[in-house]
Design a protein around this ligand. Structure first.
Ligand code: OGA
Ligand code: NI
Length: 341
């Protein structure tokens, strides 16, 4: 192994390069071969690409952003009424999450709001972790808010399914591979509204909008406003790490691959290491985490293993995996109970 250069003044962090070019996958294109080829190239290279012409109207996108702002603009006392519960639904205050504890001095400088698939309390499925009813701000305070978010949740899932079909083809699987009930038939799709306050991050002092992390599931659809903040590190094992800004693209989704796709594909497709730096301007973004169901067994795909390339990971139950990741990155809810009592 080559000896690492010393005395360059860089630690784990480093130079920020120019904004990289990302492939654009056009969901309205009739040329599926081209889409598969562009997507595959992106997945082999960086695990991140844009999706354009996805079919969600501009009006709905604008409305979701508007309602996102409306929520975070409420007084803290109002937001605390819909505090995140044990099913991971509701409001997450500043510092609630810490995505990269080794390099952060405190939690992420962001507020969030989780909205999952609605499962009524009396549905047997609600007994499982992560399944249950959502929590909603009162309609008197934010009229139409729930309706907007539920509509977006449904439409984003259809976009995710369309992208997953292209991913399946890129992995030499049947197009509907990920449509199985335990994967995207009944997924654990989680919409997360985010607001980064107008503070400047300082990586060398461990201050981040969102610490470096990979997402957990299959893919994430990210919609952002036009404020820069998101960065990726293409080679997550390189030292020093090289971080590049991802340019916001109006009307498009930024799509990045999650850890389950890395496991399924035996590391052919890698999950994208990313983080968010605050630049002094407020920033709003909306993440949609597309994840398999709790009971899905994620094991190496038949097209991604051979005698020479055996599976690198043992099979894992997605729910077990996810539970651990949430535990590692979120404050214990008892902290809030103590604060309020
Ligand atoms: C996330 C995330 C990026 C952003 O919520 O996992 O990486 O731009 N968000 O908000
Ligand atoms: Ni992320």
């Amino acid at each position: 192994m080559e000896k690492k250069q010393s005395g360059t003044g860089t630690d784990t962090d480093s130079v920020t390069k120019k904004v990289p070019f990302l492939n654009r996958i056009d969901l309205s294109s009739p040329d599926i071969h081209q889409s598969v080829s562009l997507l595959k190239q992106a997945c082999l290279d960086s695990g991140i690409f844009y999706v354009i012409n996805h079919g969600i109207s501009e009006e709905l996108m604008e409305e979701v952003f508007e309602q996102n702002k409306n929520f975070f603009g409420l007084p803290l006392s109002e937001k605390m009424k819909v505090l995140r519960n044990e099913k991971h639904r509701g409001y997450t205050p500043l510092f609630d999450e810490i995505l990269d504890p080794d390099n952060q001095v405190h939690g992420d400088l962001k507020e969030g709001y989780y909205i999952g698939v609605e499962v009524p309390e009396d549905d047997p499925k609600a007994e499982k972790p992560f399944y249950g009813p959502n929590v909603w701000p009162s309609d008197d305070i934010l009229p139409g808010w729930r309706h907007t978010m539920e509509k977006y949740h449904l439409e984003a899932l259809e976009v995710a399914r369309a992208i997953a079909r292209i991913i399946a083809l890129a992995l030499d699987l049947e197009a509907d591979f990920f449509d199985k009930p335990e994967i995207l038939g009944q997924p654990l799709a989680l919409l997360r509204l985010l607001k980064y306050p107008g503070q400047i991050s300082d990586p060398s002092n461990g201050l981040y909008g969102a610490g470096a992390h990979t997402d957990y599931g299959l893919i994430t659809l990210l919609a952002t406003d036009d404020v820069y903040g998101l960065q990726i590190c293409k080679d997550k094992y390189a030292q020093p790490q090289v971080w590049e800004f991802i340019a916001p693209l109006k009307g498009a989704f930024i799509v990045n691959l999650g850890d389950m796709l890395e496991r399924w594909s035996n590391c052919l497709f890698k999950s994208t290491l990313h983080r968010v730096l605050g630049n002094g301007q407020e920033r709003y973004s909306i993440a949609y985490f597309v994840e398999p169901s709790y009971d899905c067994l994620v094991e190496c795909l038949p097209t991604c293993k051979s005698a020479k390339n055996p599976p690198k990971f043992p099979p894992v139950m997605y729910g077990d995996y996810l539970g651990q990741r949430y535990k590692d990155t979120h404050i214990d809810l008892n902290v809030y109970n103590k604060l309020q009592s």
